[in-house]
Write a protein that binds this ligand. Structure first.
Ligand code: PRX
Length: 641
């Protein structure tokens, strides 16, 4: 065993999990024989419909697919009403803890009442079906309540990650023309309140469509409340009626918009709709995390990302699960905070990102060792490829060598898991997401769409929780995802298949970075840089990073008359962090006289990556000015930190 490379070791499903698992091996055959029948059965089992759909899939206007055609439903009804009216009435829906130790438990009955009241409050502010509502919130129960309240009245929400800058918030609000913004006074980060409302105020200086701003009192920090625009959440709730009839929504009505980075400077508003999203998010969670009635499930993702939407809020609540939420840093007051909470709440299913695992690894095993994590049955990983060393560390130190790791590959655009093992069925190998989920057709192909051992990751047929369009830009939807391989969805990732047929996702092959599991367009960072008066041109690449996976590395040409200096490096780094958000802060800024370009003027990022990572410079025969590379490499070697 010792001599087998980590990525070739095989871990078989533990007997107890295999025996009682929600998904057995025959699920693959069923879905293969009758793909649409498979989804049909799950739509009937997992969703309470107000009116049944007439057809599972309408593919007559590809790639604008429709799922569960003419079905009527409401997502908040599925997430709270049906549980509040059942034996789950007094079951914990949300267990919450804040960084400073505030604890909240909301049962399904309580959550039902809160959602109804806030839906009435929103309606009272003039929000109607179809109106967009922006959320800029910490990981607090009110965020979940607000999301569900939006779905109750049929108002699509657009969450903007709380770590994003005022400018990023402003641009996202203006793109979808949101009518109301919901935020909080602040939230605690390492014991000090982060001024969320102050950021929101800055954004709202230039958001003409915002009529009202609802503010949750969370950190009790000083805030300005603008007369006529700003209202306290608790005041609205005190006055709100207790029942709000759920809006009857069509399967294809918009559920939410979530902005994500693409290959241009402008983030894309990924549009998800109602029926298919609710079916696939639930089916995947039920089988992959093997959800049982007594689980305490913890997904550490922030609600501002798709993982938070699908697997903190919608899927767990629709399934009637108990979901744990934490708002705070992972090392406050000490580096065992996560394991302390996992022990205290008796967490059974734990889902996090490789970047977090690598951080825990660096801190050492003494922190998880302080706690009894024996309740954990299944682990999960998402956001980027997990390196086999991190996989093993996670398996041994968090899962106690008995909890299978579900490496789930998916995207903001896919809405739900696409490539993933099943805990009772799939032999695991460290570092691979293994097989497509039943009913999902994913392949690795070459440029000519032929199956290949190494190539591009594509989805060959529509799936229920797929994005439907880019908000306000259907042409970009077609161009971005359906042009390169025609009738196959192109995910932007490269992948390979091993001898077991398993899929190994190798990372983005487009101009998108993955920093700590967060997507960042190189063009977004470049346009932030060229805003600075000193900068003539910039090229940004991802550089391998031990903890973050990738870090931001910028090559910058200065305008005549400006000199590179440590102060300027600092200024540029700060500017990017302020413009986009702290996650985008570059690790490296390198001044250079020229950039490697093809004869058609395209920047050769591959070569810049080679330099950034200290590799030999690759093929430069297509460079317009091959000498440019030597100069850049020399500059990089002498860079100031
Ligand atoms: O490159 C892939 C990587 O994250 C990208 C999607 O990012 P985002 O839309 O922000 O969603 C992240 C959470 C679903 C993908 O194109 N990625 C995500 N999960 C994995 C992954 N790469 C390898 N293995 C994964 N399990």
């Amino acid at each position: 065993m010792e001599n087998v490379a980590l990525e070739n070791r095989v871990f078989y499903p533990p007997a107890d999990i295999a025996e009682s698992a929600n998904a057995k091996a025959d699920i693959y055959e069923w879905a293969k024989k009758d793909r649409l029948g498979f989804w049909d059965a799950h739509a009937k089992e997992l969703v309470t419909w107000f009116k049944p759909y007439e057809k599972v899939l309408d593919d007559s206007n590809a790639p604008f697919f429709k799922w569960f055609v003419n079905g009527k439903l409401n997502v908040s009804y599925n997430c709270v009403d049906r549980h509040a009216k059942s034996h789950r009435r007094n079951k914990a829906a949300i267990l919450y803890e804040s960084e400073i130790g505030k604890k909240v438990v909301l049962t399904y009955g309580m959550l039902y009442r809160e959602v109804n009241k806030f839906a009435n409050a929103l309606a009272g502010l003039g929000v109607k079906k179809g109106d967009r509502v922006a959320l800029y919130m910490p990981m607090i129960p009110e965020a979940t309540i607000a999301m569900l309240a939006c779905t109750r009245i049929g108002a699509p929400h657009s969450l903007v990650f709380g770590g994003f800058s005022p400018e990023a918030l402003r641009d996202r609000i203006n793109d979808c023309q949101a009518k109301v913004l919901i935020t909080a006074d602040g939230n605690f980060r390492r014991g000090t309140p982060f001024p969320l409302k102050q950021n929101a105020d800055k954004a709202m200086e230039d958001t003409p469509t915002i009529e009202k701003c609802v503010v949750v009192k969370n950190a009790e920090n000083e805030v300005n409340m603008k007369e006529g625009r700003d209202v306290w959440y608790h005041d609205l709730m005190a006055a709100a009626g207790s029942y709000c009839e759920p809006e009857v929504m069509d399967s294809e009505d918009m559920l939410f918009i979530l902005y994500t980075s693409g290959t241009t400077g402008k983030p894309k508003g990924v549009v998800h709709t109602t029926g298919g999203y609710l079916v696939q998010t639930q089916a995947t969670l039920k089988y992959v995390f093997d959800i049982k009635e007594d689980d305490v499930y913890w997904c550490t993702a922030d609600i501002g990302w798709i993982t938070g939407h699908s697997y903190v809020v919608y899927a767990p609540l629709a399934l009637g699960t108990t979901t744990f939420m934490y708002d705070g840093t992972i090392d406050y007051p000490d580096k065992d905070r996560m394991w302390d909470m996992a022990e205290r709440y008796g967490v059974t299913k734990f889902y996090t990102a490789p970047t977090a695992i690598r951080t825990f690894m660096k801190w050492g095993t003494e922190y998880p060792k302080k706690h009894d994590l024996s309740a954990i049955k299944i682990l999960g990983s998402v956001g980027e490829p997990i390196n086999p060393e991190a996989w093993m560390w996670y398996y041994e130190n968090i899962g106690g060598g008995k909890a299978p790791i579900m490496d789930t590959w998916w995207q903001t655009e896919t809405g739900a898991f696409m490539v993933t093992p099943l805990p009772g069925v799939t032999p695991l190998k460290p570092g691979t997401a293994t097989n497509p989920f039943p009913g999902i057709e994913v392949d690795v192909v070459d440029e000519n769409k032929n199956p290949a051992d190494v190539g591009y990751l594509v989805v060959k047929s529509p799936w229920p929780s797929m994005l439907r369009t880019i908000y306000g830009d259907p042409d970009r939807y077609v161009d971005q995802y359906w042009k390169r391989f025609g009738d196959m969805y192109f995910a932007g990732d490269g992948a390979r298949r091993d001898e077991m047929g398993y899929i190994w996702v190798t990372g983005r092959v487009d101009d998108v970075l993955n920093v700590s599991g967060h997507r960042l367009g190189t063009a977004e960072v470049e346009s932030a840089l060229v805003e600075c008066e000193e900068v003539a041109e910039a090229a940004v690449v991802g550089k391998k990073h031990e903890v973050k996976g990738e870090s931001v590395c910028c090559f910058v040409i200065l305008k005549d008359g400006f000199e590179g200096s440590p102060e300027l490096i600092d200024k540029l780094k700060k500017h990017v962090a302020v413009k986009i958000g702290p996650i985008a802060r570059p690790d490296d800024v390198i001044f250079t006289g020229s950039l490697p370009k093809t004869r058609s003027g395209k920047i050769m990022r591959r070569l810049l990556r080679d330099i950034a990572e200290g590799r030999a410079i690759g093929d430069v025969t297509t460079l317009a000015d091959p000498g440019a590379m030597q100069e850049i490499a020399a500059k990089y070697a002498g860079k100031e930190d």
